[in-house]
Design a protein around this ligand. Structure first.
Ligand code: KG4
Ligand code: ZN
Length: 343
């Protein structure tokens, strides 16, 4: 079964065609990063307008890459939320129109669930990889969310922990901004940290003992104070070496807490497997921490599938369809959607 997926929840316009939830025929992402970079973050009105411009060319490029036509498509999937309302509307209306015009089933996908299902997609490095076994713990760490989810089967989710303030990716973006490293912050911090010494300017960890929740806003404030203190003591802007060392200390603090809490809930709930999902799953320091600490096997999507894409949406939709889930033409956007079990 071939599913066409559309994704427009934030600042990537994406389309993909995926067979049976796992094999990618085509995966096209038009990023708006450069357009938003000069504002230091995403401007919602600019994003939705850009989605309107990019959507049709992206879908056309997807069919061209897959060497398939509409006749080969069995269902249309789209992200309904969470995300920016104006952005979500563009993909959702396009999906509705396509499903109606072609008489195909329409499947709404929760963006966060989509991130989880990126782990079902096969990569060229390992085309025979078995699907992740249940029960599993998934850490979803993106620009908007940080959730620890217990998944006991397709559609069976329980959120065990979440961030109480900033998302992990948001913390990376804010710290990068303070350090003058640009947007998006995650890859910039990871790059800068390579040249730094995490022990030079140590930063705190928010453990929130006794809870499976996270907090990252205090760490961001600590980065701000540290940067200001160094600048005023030295009488000039931060030196490159200090930027690198603060980036390294910041990254270590985030990775240590994310990895430790993920391993703890995996143990507590008898999970067989750990999955990483969302943009921050691309972070090397986090992966290395888990490799050293995880009590059970863990896996993560190919880095290009960690950040927003439509292949993950098409993958999730396949398993939703298998579970009898599909949407009507009254489908609407849900900008504040949470991870929840299928009804
Ligand atoms: O999942 P995603 O593409 O979009 C959302 O749904 O939010 O995640 C984007 C976030 C950004 O905050 C970005 O800074 C972060 O993921 N990110 C990373 C890395 N690559 C992207 N954070 C840490 N290390 C990375 N290598
Ligand atoms: Zn995302």
């Amino acid at each position: 079964m071939n599913v066409l997926g559309l994704e427009s929840s934030c600042d990537e316009t994406a389309a993909a065609i995926v067979a049976s939830g796992r094999r990618i025929f085509a995966n096209v992402v038009a990023s708006q990063v450069e357009i938003h970079a000069r504002f230091g973050g995403i401007v919602p009105e600019v994003a939705s307008r850009q989605h309107i411009l990019a959507l049709v060319p992206v879908v056309e490029a997807t069919f061209a890459q897959a060497q398939l036509t509409w006749d080969d498509i069995d269902a249309v999937a789209v992200t309904a939320g969470p995300g920016l309302a104006g952005s979500l509307l563009v993909g959702l209306n396009a999906a509705k129109a396509a499903a109606w015009a072609r008489g195909l089933p329409l499947v709404a996908v929760n963006h966060l669930e989509g991130h989880i299902y990126a782990n079902w997609l096969l990569s060229q490095d390992d085309p025979e990889a078995p699907p992740p076994p249940f029960p599993l713990i998934c850490l979803i760490a993106s620009g908007g969310h940080t959730d620890l989810v217990l998944m006991e089967g397709h559609g069976h989710y329980r959120r065990l922990g979440r961030t109480r303030d900033d998302a992990a990716g948001e913390a990376f973006d804010k710290a990068a901004r303070i350090l003058g490293l640009g947007y998006p912050g995650g890859p910039a911090i990871q790059r800068a940290a390579l040249q730094g010494d995490p022990k030079l300017h140590p930063l705190p960890r928010a453990w929130l003992k006794g809870s499976d929740d996270f907090s990252f806003s205090g760490l961001k404030t600590a980065v701000l104070h540290l940067a200001r203190r160094l600048e005023s003591a030295q009488g000039h802007a931060l030196a490159e070496g200090d930027v690198a060392s603060i980036a390294a200390a910041f990254q270590e603090s985030v990775a240590e807490v994310l990895a430790a809490k993920t391993c703890a809930v995996a143990r507590a709930h008898g999970a067989q497997h750990i999955l990483l999902a969302g943009g921050v799953a691309a972070n090397l320091a986090l992966r290395q921490r888990l490799a050293a600490q995880a009590p059970i096997p863990f896996s993560y999507p190919h880095p290009s599938l960690c950040t927003d894409n439509a292949a993950m949406v098409a993958a999730c939709a396949y398993f939703r369809l298998q579970g009898g889930q599909r949407s009507g033409s009254d489908l609407d956007i849900a900008p504040n959607l949470r991870v929840a079990a299928w009804a």
